[in-house]
Design a protein around this ligand. Structure first.
Ligand SMILES: [Zn+2]
Length: 256
C-alpha cells in the first residue's frame, strides 16, 4: 500500500461559498486501508478567529458595553474589553484541540457493495474496507485562508455571558457550546430544525442527548456531512453510505 495520499478521488474544496455552515474541504485517503483498517475521509475546516472588539458590527458603546439581542428577542448588556495580549491565541488553541477531539473519528460509513474502487487484495483475499470519518479544525491567521471568520468577544466578568451564535462566540462559552457550534460549521442543523424555533433543539426519537440539541453526544445522524462528501468524491449517492458509530472492519469478499 502506498504511504502517500491517493488523490484518485480528488479533493472536495468548497471554499468560501456560504457564510454560516457547511463550507469545508474534504478528501479521501486510502493510504491506511488494509485487511484490518478503514479508508479515511477527512473534513477540514479553517477558521480565522478575530477579536470582536475590532469589529464594528459588534455594537460597543463608549463604556465598553455591548448590546445584543438573542434568538428569543431579549436584549442583553455585557461589558466587553479587548482581548489581553496572547489570550485570544491561547483560547483558539484550546477551542481547536477540544472540538477536533470531540468530532474526529467518532463515526464510520459502510462502503456500498456496488462501490468497488476501495477493494484491495492482501493476504490472499480481496477485502472491501469501510470508511472512517475524520475531522480537522485549523485556526489560521488571515481571512483569506479561512472558510469562516468568527468574532470572539472577551467578556470582563467571568460570570457574565451571552449566547454564542454561528459567527460570534464569547470568551466564557462552555466546551459544550464550542462543540455544538463546530457541528454547525461542519454543516449540521438542530435535530428538529424543521419545527418552529422553540422545538428546534428537541431530540429526534431514538437519538437522545444530541450534541446538536441540548445534549452532549454524537450520533449517526451527524454523519451527513461525511456521507455527502463521500458521495461527491466517489460519484455515488449519499444514502448508499450507511453510518455507524463503531469501527466497521473490512469485509472479506473472496479469495484473490
Ligand atoms: Zn445551534
Amino acid at each position: 500500500m502506498s504511504s502517500t495520499i491517493n488523490f484518485e478521488h480528488g479533493a472536495l474544496i468548497s471554499g468560501r461559498k456560504g457564510r454560516y455552515s457547511g463550507v469545508l474541504d474534504a478528501f479521501i485517503d486510502e493510504s491506511k486501508a488494509s485487511h484490518k483498517n478503514s479508508v479515511q475521509i477527512e473534513i477540514i475546516i479553517r477558521v480565522f478567529f478575530r477579536d470582536a472588539w475590532n469589529n464594528s458590527k459588534v455594537n460597543i458603546d463608549n463604556k465598553g458595553k455591548s448590546k445584543w439581542t438573542d434568538t428569543n428577542g431579549v436584549t442583553h448588556w455585557v461589558e466587553l474589553a479587548p482581548w489581553p495580549k496572547g489570550k485570544l491565541h491561547n483560547w483558539s488553541k484550546r477551542f481547536v484541540s477540544n472540538t477536533k477531539k470531540f468530532w474526529d473519528g467518532k463515526l464510520w460509513l459502510k462502503t456500498p457493495k456496488a462501490y468497488k474502487k476501495f477493494n484491495l487484495q492482501t493476504k490472499g483475499y480481496v477485502y472491501r474496507p469501510n470508511v472512517w470519518c475524520r475531522f480537522t479544525l485549523e485556526s489560521v491567521q488571515s481571512r483569506n485562508l479561512a472558510h469562516y471568520d468568527i468574532d470572539v468577544a472577551y467578556i470582563k466578568d467571568k460570570d457574565d455571558f451571552f449566547r454564542s451564535h454561528s459567527v460570534l462566540y464569547d470568551s466564557n462559552d462552555k466546551q459544550k457550546t464550542w462543540r455544538h457550534e463546530v457541528g454547525h460549521l461542519i454543516g449540521l442543523a438542530h435535530p428538529s430544525a424543521g419545527n418552529n424555533s422553540a422545538h428546534a433543539y428537541d431530540d429526534v426519537p431514538g437519538y437522545p442527548d444530541d450534541a446538536m440539541g441540548r445534549g452532549t453526544k454524537i450520533n449517526t445522524l451527524h454523519a451527513k456531512p461525511w456521507q455527502a462528501a463521500c458521495a461527491w468524491l466517489t460519484g455515488t449517492k449519499r444514502s448508499q453510505w450507511i453510518p455507524a458509530n463503531s469501527f466497521q472492519k473490512p469485509k472479506r469478499l473472496r479469495k484473490a
